[in-house]
Design a protein around this ligand. Structure first.
Ligand SMILES: NC(=O)c1ccc[n+]([C@@H]2O[C@H](COP(=O)([O-])OP(=O)(O)OC[C@H]3O[C@@H](n4cnc5c(N)ncnc54)[C@H](O)[C@@H]3O)[C@@H](O)[C@H]2O)c1
Length: 466
């Protein structure tokens, strides 16, 4: 299949590389000349596991990059739109990039095309795209609009794309639905997984072959918004439970295990912490609320998800204040800038939000992140420096703050950290350590939804052992 993908961001670039991996001819288009030049030079502009390998394998062969949307449209039978849909001040999605692309596609038609919404968009967008294209002069018979929402997670985007829980195709035309099914056939029929060599490794728990869900375009649009809202709800729910745990001296990790082992609920997304961030959940929950309201249904539960999430960052700051007594002039080691581990994405990162608040309280910050430092440097100003590793960040700091759940942050040499810190305080916004471990190390340990490990108790337990 000949495919054009418009947008070479986290979704567009991964989709392009994966479609090429599935055997399709792909032209990936972007209107950012710098990004495009980097891609053509052979660079990988985002941090994603397996993406460099896939780009190296297919670049210049089945995968080409272009600045010309019209040329890409003319050379393809299917056009995936994967441009940004950022939030507007009002909370609803800014669809102006999608509209601009729809107009350009309409002007470039040279035969029947399927236009696919890959970006996350509110219900009715497929109808708006159709309308805009017709207003621009496209004939109704020359195109169909399909919704094919993307569920990949940054950090594991390639694996998620190639081993998805499900593939949703929302099409109101049989012809378009057929074409989309052909594109994904290597995954839904399983031929990709049966290849003898070069297959991207199967992640644990993968469902093979991928399940296909055929729906109307509107249902598919709603599936994406409702999925993200539900995941955000799970996070805010466990964070609210964590707050009750703190009030009664219970342990949210134990509670989450007890809840999550119920197969109707599931363990995933029940990790208490400083809340969700990223380019999707915050904007999609707000957009879903907005679109529901526009359609005549108030959905206050969505507002509550957002409120709990915002509150979680404030509660964390209060913990830092409580642990350190005064903040002004304190030097803080911060582990994590990205909104979650495994990515360099800092959009709506709770870590950056917290760092900004600390800087505004006249703390100095020494931050470390394995992938997101360069991006953070471009947006954070003030008394912040960047370390080469967690240990360098800890030198002389009044406390160590863990703000991102990078795997490496859960495996620190704690004795070394303790020897480098000025005060032996670790404030963990991601619950990466057990209280017992921190107690054994003699650290004052503050986490989320669990009692603080005080220095006294570690001394008391040392005495008890003697
Ligand atoms: N990032 C994720 O994890 C994720 C997951 C699922 C869905 N989504 C959705 O996918 C969409 C894209 O997200 P992203 O994170 O990839 O965004 P992104 O900002 O990383 O990438 C968007 C790209 O589109 C390009 N672009 C914008 N207008 C263009 C135009 N007219 N012509 C060509 N290129 C153009 C931009 O230059 C940019 O490279 C959003 O709607 C998002 O909600 C994102």
């Amino acid at each position: 299949m000949k495919i054009a993908v418009v947008g070479s961001g986290y979704v567009g670039l991964v989709a392009s590389a994966c479609f090429a991996e599935l055997g399709h001819e792909v032209i990936c288009v972007d209107n950012d000349p710098e990004k495009l030049a980097a891609l053509v030079r052979g660079e990988t502009p985002i941090h994603e596991q397996y993406l460099p390998e896939l780009l190296a394998r297919h670049r210049g062969q089945r995968l080409k990059f272009s600045a010309s949307l019209p040329e890409a449209v003319r050379a393809s039978s299917v056009v995936f739109v994967a441009v940004g849909t950022p939030p507007r001040e009002t909370g609803d999605a800014d669809l102006s990039y999608v509209e601009a692309v729809a107009r350009e596609i309409a002007q470039s038609l040279n035969g029947y095309k399927v236009v696919v919404e890959k970006s996350t968009v509110p219900v009715y967008t497929s109808e708006w795209i159709r309308r805009v294209m017709q207003l621009t002069g496209a004939k109704a018979a020359d195109f169909d609009v399909v919704s094919n929402p993307e569920f990949l997670r940054e950090g594991t985007a390639v694996s998620d794309f190639l081993y998805p829980d499900r593939i949703v195709i929302g099409a109101d035309s049989e012809r378009a639905a057929q074409i989309l099914q052909e594109i994904y056939a290597p995954l839904t029929k399983g031929t990709y997984y049966a290849r003898s060599a070069g297959v991207i490794p199967e992640p644990p728990g993968a469902k093979i072959p991928a399940q296909l869900i055929l729906t109307s375009a509107k249902s598919a649009e709603l599936i994406k918004h409702a999925s993200n809202a539900f995941l955000a709800l799970k996070i805010s729910f466990i964070n609210a439970v964590a707050n009750v745990c703190e009030a009664v001296d219970a342990d949210v990790e134990q509670v989450a295990l007890g809840i999550g082992t119920d197969s109707r609920i599931g363990k995933r997304f029940l990790r208490a912490g400083i809340g969700y961030g990223g380019s999707c959940f915050p904007k999609d929950v707000a957009a879903f609320r907005s679109v529901a309201r526009e359609c005549g249904y108030d959905f206050p539960m969505l507002q509550e998800i957002i409120r709990v999430n915002d509150e979680q960052r404030k509660r964390f700051l209060k913990k830092v204040r409580t642990a350190l007594w005064t903040l002004r002039g304190k030097r803080l080691a911060v582990l994590g800038l990205a909104y979650k581990g495994g990515t360099d994405d800092i959009r709506e990162s709770p870590a950056l939000d917290i760092i900004r608040s600390l800087l505004s309280e006249q703390c100095s910050v020494v931050a470390y992140d394995p992938a997101a430092t360069e991006r953070a440097q471009q947006v954070i100003t003030g008394d912040i420096t960047y370390a080469e590793d967690p240990y360098q960040a800890a030198v002389g700091a009044d406390a160590l703050l863990i703000l991102t759940d990078w795997e490496g942050f859960a495996a620190l040499d704690l004795a070394r950290i303790k020897s480098l810190l000025r005060y032996p305080i670790v404030i963990d916004g991601r619950n990466l350590y057990s209280r017992e471990t921190m107690q054994k190390e003699g650290l004052l340990y503050v986490s989320v939804g669990r009692a603080t490990v005080e220095l006294e108790s570690s001394r008391a337990s040392a005495l008890a052992k003697e």
